[in-house]
Design a protein around this ligand. Structure first.
Ligand code: NAD
Ligand code: NA
Length: 395
């Protein structure tokens, strides 16, 4: 079929298999040129199909020849209806990995459930024995609790005060004010239940109980802090409480891993266009200004550059620099004082009229369509493609 982008609000309902494949291959090529010294060999990635999780899987496989198991939640294709992008990404990754002689298998299902955890552990036992790295990169709006069955929904709201600031609709380029009313206590609790650290800890508990964690095992989960501009709605808001919880969980997990000399970290990553971040109010305007400034300074990075730096200069480096809260920081370039000062100045003058000039709205929109395999160089979008792609290592 001919596949074109079909957008609704912050989401794109279609994805292009050839475009997704091309994106995955570019990331693979980047890592082939930047191998990891002393990198991991047996890796489990939760949230492995898009964004930072996919980049982590690629960095493991192509940076240090790791066997990888990916867990994700993606929609398969049906006749005349394309799959979700993470499905096509995983198909492309596993196809290439197998051609290159790398072990790569995956499980498509709800990582929050006990069933998917059990299925994953069974696969580890059968094929890998143990793992030496778990990357936890889930981003989900909902979670069903595996014990109580309760369903939680996360929200993106300020706590205790109304938040008003600028935002941009990157499809139209319109800059306008957005007002978000404060959350309830219940919404804080629910957001922490979805995006906090409980499920990460449940994974570690289950993996440890089944004795599939190797000596010197490491685990890392991803967090975000961001600028003062988004503080009230992000880090001081409902999602920030969840990130606080995730960060506290790293210390709890570290304690649990003492006997195997294991380590647990949270890495604070840079703001990037992903399916998760395009849904967050105010962030798209911030990102379009940030991209402009960071590209001008020559320090812009995408997911793959971020994760390559995380592996080579943090997780598997001789010395791992941590911040005062014990976190890994690869948002260091985004948070540089000069970068933040420039973004804050541009923010003040950002309007529908000025943004095309002062911001990188084009870069934002391009990255957004890129996530779905559109707007990718070298792809002929008028050509018929087979939407019924399958994932070779899917269990
Ligand atoms: P993403 O939307 O690209 O990836 C989410 C992944 O989770 C996908 O692989 C998806 O299939 C999987 N997933 C979602 N629900 C699932 C479920 N129930 N079971 C199994 N898999 C499921 O998101 P991302 O931006 O790469 O975010 C990953 C992490 O990085 C999040 O914790 C996010 O907060 C953090 N982070 C993101 C940014 C950013 O700007 N995008 C910055 C810093 C940190
Ligand atoms: Na991810």
């Amino acid at each position: 079929m001919i596949i074109e982008p079909k957008t609704r609000g912050f989401i794109c309902l279609t994805a292009h298999p050839e475009g997704c494949k091309s994106n995955v291959l570019s990331q693979i090529n980047y890592i082939k040129d930047h191998p990891t010294t002393n990198g991991p060999k047996r890796v489990l990635v939760i949230g492995a199909s898009t964004g930072f999780g996919l980049a982590s899987r690629i960095t493991s496989a192509y940076g240090s020849n790791a066997s990888t198991i990916g867990v994700y939640f993606e929609k398969p294709p049906s006749e005349g209806r394309p799959a979700s992008p993470g499905y096509y990404n995983s198909a492309a990754f596993e196809d290439q990995a197998h051609k290159d002689g790398l072990y790569a298998k995956s499980i498509n299902g709800d990582a929050f459930s006990n069933e998917i955890k059990a299925q994953t552990i069974k696969l580890i036992k059968e094929d890998l024995g143990k793992i030496d790295l778990l990357v936890y990169s889930l981003a989900s709006p909902v979670r069903q609790h595996p014990v109580t069955g309760e369903k939680f929904k996360s929200t993106l709201k300020p706590i205790g005060q109304t938040f008003t600031n600028k935002t941009v609709d990157f499809h139209t380029g319109e800059v306008k004010d957005i007002t978000i009313e404060p959350c309830t206590e219940e919404e804080i609790k629910n957001t922490v239940a979805v995006m906090g650290g409980e499920d990460w800890e449940f994974w570690i508990d289950a993996l440890k109980e089944q004795d599939v964690l190797a000596e010197d095992f490491k685990t890392v989960a991803y967090s975000y802090i961001g600028p003062s501009l988004t503080k009230a709605v992000y880090r001081d808001g409902t999602i920030g409480r969840a990130k606080d919880h995730l960060e506290a969980t790293a210390f709890k997990i570290k304690d649990q891993l003492k006997d195997i000399k294991g380590e647990a970290y949270v890495s604070v990553n840079k703001a990037l266009v992903t399916q998760a971040s395009s849904a967050i109010p105010v962030i798209p305007l911030y990102i379009s200004l940030l991209y402009k400034v960071m590209k001008e300074e020559g320090i812009h990075e995408g997911c793959i550059e971020q994760i390559e730096r995380l592996f080579n200069q943090r997780l598997y480096a001789d010395n791992m620099p941590l911040d005062s809260e014990g976190r890994i920081r690869v948002d260091d370039w985004e948070m540089r004082e000069d970068i933040q000062a420039k973004v804050a100045d541009l923010w003040k003058i950002a309007t529908t009229e000025t943004l095309p000039e002062i911001g990188d709205l084009k870069g934002y929109a391009k990255d957004f369509f890129y996530l779905f395999g559109f707007d990718v160089e070298g792809i002929d979008y008028d050509k018929d493609v087979n939407e019924m792609v399958s994932i070779p290592g899917l269990q």
